[in-house]
Write a protein that binds this ligand. Structure first.
Ligand code: CTP
Length: 392
């Protein structure tokens, strides 16, 4: 079992400190150990008790805390961590980091660290745009500090502009990306995800119940592993993920065209989309009015995107999905052979659809590799590790 990752979360004085509570909750939920360290100013905005309850660990606020065994929290805390994240990072704290100041516990442990440092700035837009802050940010980046955000939007002071701290969900996404080994660095990966929508008339369509979550999770996991990711997304309610080139293509035909335009030069292609096998012969220009007691829809067969990609002369490494309701492994292996795929992911519709988790079996030339039931993002990480091993 892989050891849990652990981070030190440094909270400095700013109104965005309230978002740190949600961030701690999400980190812990994602099996990341969190040690919270707060500056004195941060304690004016949110209490250590809240962060202690959410992280399940005592929160450090001062240099002279007697509870650290060797009495040197500035060394001890950063040694145990895979990274330090400062969120929110105030303009003042950023200036302190630039100059290597060490006049409180948090700035001291940043100076004494031997792990990566990430900051999520949060401040009023004028403070962010001030040349002094901009100079400081350039210097921190030169010192290999990762700067996450800030975002643009409404600010606590009533103004609108750049300076808002990223949301907790977005920070979790970027921290995960930071903590994963960069197994796919330099690799280009193309992924299809979601359901397709085959229009019958301007208001009706043939579609399916795929949520797109598994495909989006694979895109996220590939991004975390350092790949250059292009996601061709069918119909889904999901938000395009950060750092991923996402192209919307809702019909099977649009998805086919988009994939073919982008497939050249890709190292890996993963077809996760639930592509309609058939679509209406033609979309009616106007809404079909009810008249007869029954209506017959004439459908035509769509191209099989995955099979087409796999049969290209310089085909990328192709991975398919087989969502079945019965005879899972038999049907999946038949599909793998029919589409000439080195790898197929078999899952039961009841295990995968409309769920945050999935239970899959990977089928390749060496046989069946069942994975444990886990979250879709974990399944995605395990799948990509397997792909990486096969590529080697
Ligand atoms: N697929 C595709 N294009 C299609 C149909 C399927 O790229 N027109 C891909 C899916 O993204 C998936 C794999 O093929 O990776 C298998 O899809 P699935 O619908 O389970 O299988 P089909 O080949 O369509 O077979 P059937 O519907 O008969 O089960």
């Amino acid at each position: 079992m892989q050891k849990n990752k652990s981070i030190v979360l440094g909270i400095t004085g700013g109104i965005a400190a309230y978002k740190a509570a949600e961030l701690v909750r999400l980190l812990v939920k994602n099996n990341i150990d969190v040690q919270v360290v707060m500056t004195e100013a941060a304690c004016q905005f949110i209490t250590p008790v809240t962060l202690q309850a959410l992280s399940g660990k005592p929160v450090y606020t001062g240099m002279w805390d007697a509870s650290v065994p060797n009495g040197m929290p500035h060394i001890e805390l950063s040694r145990a961590a895979d990274a330090i994240l400062i969120a929110p990072a105030s303009a003042d704290f950023i200036a302190k980091l630039v100059h290597g100041r060490a006049d409180d516990l948090l700035s001291t442990l940043c100076l004494a660290r031997d792990c990566p440092l990430l900051i999520a700035p949060a401040m009023n837009k004028q403070m962010w745009e001030n040349p002094a802050t901009q100079r400081n940010i350039v210097l921190l980046k030169t010192d290999a500090v990762a700067v996450l955000g800030p975002a643009s939007g409404d600010q606590a002071c009533g103004e609108t502009g750049l300076g808002r701290m990223l949301e907790a969900e977005e920070l979790l996404y970027l921290i995960n990306a930071h903590l994963q080994p960069k197994l796919l660095k330099g690799k280009k990966i193309l992924i299809t995800a979601g359901a397709t929508l085959e229009m019958i008339d301007p208001v009706r369509a043939v579609t399916n119940i795929s949520s797109g979550k598994m495909g989006y999770a694979i895109a996220q996991a590939a991004f975390e592993m350092g790949a250059d990711v292009t996601l061709v997304s069918g119909a889904t309610a999901l938000v395009p993920p950060m750092g991923i080139h996402t192209i919307s293509a809702t019909s099977a035909d649009a998805m086919y065209q988009t994939v073919m335009q982008h497939v050249c030069g890709q190292d890996i292609f993963i077809g996760v989309a639930a592509v309609a096998d058939y679509s209406p012969i033609a979309m009616q220009a106007h809404k079909i009015k009810k008249s007869e007691s029954s209506l017959t829809l004439e459908l035509k067969r769509n191209k099989d995107i995955l099979a087409e990609v796999a049969s290209l002369p310089n085909a990328p490494f192709c991975v398919g999905f087989a969502a079945e309701t019965e005879n899972l492994l038999t049907y999946a292996e038949v599909k793998r052979n029919a589409k000439k795929l080195p790898l197929i992911v078999a899952n039961l519709v009841s295990d995968a659809m409309r769920s945050e988790e999935n239970t899959v079996t990977l089928l390749d030339k060496n046989g069946a590799h069942p994975l444990p039931r886990t979250s879709k993002i974990e399944v995605a990480r395990l799948l990509l590790k397997h792909v990486n091993n096969l590529l080697k």
